[in-house]
Design a protein around this ligand. Sequence first.
Ligand SMILES: CC(C)(COP(=O)(O)OP(=O)(O)OC[C@H]1O[C@@H](n2cnc3c(N)ncnc32)[C@H](O)[C@@H]1OP(=O)(O)O)[C@@H](O)C(=O)NCCC(=O)NCCS
Length: 192
Amino acid sequence: MRGASGSSVNLTTEADTPRGLPAPGIVSLRPAAPADLGTLLLWDRDPEVRDSLLDSDWHWEAELPRHPAWREWYIAEVAGRPIGFIQIIDPEFEETQYWGCVEAGHRAIDIWIGARDYLNRGYGTQMMELAIERAFEDPSVHTILIDPLESNSAAHRFYERLGFEYVIQRTFGEDRCSVFRLNRPDDTRGHS
Ligand SMILES: CC(C)(COP(=O)(O)OP(=O)(O)OC[C@H]1O[C@@H](n2cnc3c(N)ncnc32)[C@H](O)[C@@H]1OP(=O)(O)O)[C@@H](O)C(=O)NCCC(=O)NCCS
């Protein structure tokens, strides 16, 4: 995984950077920890984050100390400031079997930016690139799945720019979602 080193950015101008300019900071991912509880609860209260996600209760307090083998939780940081969250799961083994029966070799990713002033500046793209790199580090992983709400057209554009392709509409609980997938680059095995 890439780290935060190598940034030669003047961070004093960061907050003033208008939409359309390159993101001035470099994102790094670190494992989420119990000390992140307050930040995650704060981000949960942001309507833009809450309304774009399917599951509104992540049971942070109980779950942050847990590290099940099928799940990785990361905090994205820019220059030491937490800006967002990423979950990578193995849907084959995820406890609730949210994705249903999924064959081996998949990962599913959830992502959001909680720090509003970091939206629309390319940070989400950096975060997702790191998550994709992490997911494909396991050579047995051939496909990454995501399930934005059908109504979240900005997220659809975001994922398509990253190379994801639309697969199918699917209802999870009461939420109508659009499933997208990204195959491992140069994987010619033809997974569905
Ligand atoms: C989805 C999400 C992670 C994307 O993160 P982001 O950092 O805002 O994404 P980006 O900055 O890479 O792209 C967003 C927009 O900014 C634009 N942008 C980003 N950097 C830019 C740059 N340097 N120059 C010009 N435009 C830029 C992109 O083109 C894109 O525009 P569009 O919406 O018109 O297509 C973020 O919007 C988010 O957290 N949303 C709420 C939660 C959510 O929807 N999560 C996904 C659920 S599946």
